[in-house]
Design a binder for this molecule. Structure first.
Ligand SMILES: *Cc1c(COP(=O)(O)O)cnc(C)c1O
Length: 462
């Protein structure tokens, strides 16, 4: 399997190079040259077995099947539920897919536990070491740290905005006792952290010297690993030959819902894809108007979806442009300069209207849904999951089977859950002592030179 860039100018790469590159050299995102047919498998298989079967065609020729199987076994043994992604019925034709049983309590663990292991495998084979640098507003940082904490060939530096993330989120990063993990509190906002990371990547000499790499959601491996649970959810429901199952996805960067679209492309029995947004509703507005218009970010109760643009949308746009990289690059450039991106009515009618539904949700609606789920089903849901449930309620027919993705554990966002229900959700046992574990982090000013000095001292090539 080869990978091409959505902007058509970067070299075609195999899976391992695509993994290490993250972003393509022309600024585009890598996608497989063609979509293989995968189809549904044996319902008695474990999640790890299905993961290896579904991902095999994407790593063919680069990672042997037995190696892939053992990487998956190892990655998914870290989940507290033996099913990894179990379903819970919540009313007629409605289910929650619990994706929060991994080490850091959010769905990002599903991809990042796998990715840390596949990174280490490829680097070991090549005798290379890299420095992963990233910025986080919460969930990505802790999931990425947990994914790479045992990697021998990866040093990791994560910048987070000091005093602007929850205590649980901070402690999940600062209490990891691995010498290759460096959590850095920046005296600034999340945008400042992101700008510092971008500046380091744009300094090509610095990037080369310290072998910088990224694990954010533009990396193909993350999208690929998320495809698996769309298949396994349908298999758990024994709905392989039944009417298609729709999925409602609380959405930020469009990575998770794109994985659902890909699952359908690979032969999964997926119906509609329902996109739930909080007040940062660029996608909902696109579904209403055929135009994407950037606005500023507002903080909400579902902070992991507080985004300005959904970067993974570019992969779908590339398909909408019949895989014309030049046309895609032109559209993205227009969006960067003018803040607007439109598609034609034909593109919209072919690619969007039949497949996607979208709904925005205020913080008030979010809290009301958390209250409703607790009163009606006795289930505590986190605010991101609640956004997905609101979207299900307004976009799906009563007789349409819908799985809403539960993307975070309620204890990760305990304040909002307590506000809505009066009940404070407790952390799972393995994190029970999180609030008393010793913390280890470095504080730095919002200053590029200071951050670069720190990265140089921590880097894999020092
Ligand atoms: C990251 C995240 C999301 C958004 O996922 P995308 O792939 O960016 O759309 C939703 N919920 C939670 C809890 C998250 O951590």
């Amino acid at each position: 399997m080869k990978y091409v860039s959505t902007r058509g100018e970067a070299p075609t790469l195999g899976f391992n190079d695509t993994l290490l590159a993250g972003l393509a050299s022309d600024g585009g995102l890598y996608v497989p040259e063609s979509w293989p047919q995968v189809g549904h498998g044996d319902v008695r298989s474990t999640f790890a077995q299905r993961a290896a079967e579904i991902m095999a065609p994407f790593v063919a020729g680069e990672i042997p099947e037995t190696t892939l199987a053992s990487l998956c076994r190892d990655a998914y043994s870290t989940f507290r539920d033996p099913l990894v992604a179990p379903l819970r019925e919540v009313g007629e034709n409605r289910w929650l897919l619990e994706l929060f049983h991994g080490p850091t309590l959010a769905f990002k663990d599903v991809a990042l536990q796998f990715m840390g292991r596949v990174f280490d495998h490829v680097l070991q084979e090549r005798g290379r070491r890299i420095t992963v640098v990233g910025a986080t507003s919460g969930d990505t940082g802790s999931a990425a740290i947990d994914g790479v904490k045992a990697c021998r060939n990866v040093e990791m530096v994560i910048l987070f905005p000091k005093g602007r993330i929850s205590e649980v989120q901070r402690r999940q990063m600062t209490t990891v006792d691995s010498p290759n993990v460096h959590a850095v509190a920046i005296d600034g906002t999340f945008d400042d952290c992101q700008d510092l990371v971008k500046a380091m990547f744009n300094d090509s000499a610095f990037r080369e010297r310290h072998q910088l790499s990224a694990v954010n959601s533009i990396n193909w491996a993350r999208v690929m690993a998320q495809v698996v649970y769309y298949f396994t959810a349908i298999e758990q429901l024994h709905a392989v030959d039944s009417p298609p199952v729709s999925f409602s996805v609380p959405t930020g960067n469009f990575g998770n819902v794109l994985s659902g679209w890909i699952a359908r492309r690979l032969g999964a029995n997926v119906g509609h894809l329902i996109v739930g947004s909080n007040s940062n509703d660029i996608l909902t507005r696109f579904f209403e108007t055929q135009t994407m218009t950037a606005t500023s970010v507002v903080p909400t109760l579902s902070p992991s979806m507080d985004i300005q643009v959904s970067s993974n949308f570019e992969r779908l746009l590339f398909e909408m442009n019949s895989r014309d990289g030049k046309a895609t690059a032109r559209q993205i450039a227009g969006f960067r300069t003018g803040g607007k991106l439109s598609v034609t009515s034909e593109q919209f009618g072919t690619w969007i209207r039949p497949s996607f539904r979208g709904q925005r949700c205020s913080d008030g609606d979010t809290l009301a849904m958390i209250t409703h789920m607790y009163r009606t089903y006795g289930v505590l849901v986190d605010p991101h999951t609640a956004v997905g449930l609101v979207a299900t309620q307004s976009c799906a027919d009563p007789d349409e089977p819908v799985v809403t993705l539960a993307t975070a554990h309620p204890a990760k966002f305990a304040d909002a859950v307590e506000q809505a229900t009066g009940v404070r959700p407790t952390l799972p046992e393995h994190l029970g002592d999180l609030l008393s574990r010793p913390e280890r982090s470095t504080e730095l000013p919002n200053d590029l030179a200071a951050v670069q000095r720190f990265v140089a001292s921590a880097s894999a090539t020092r």
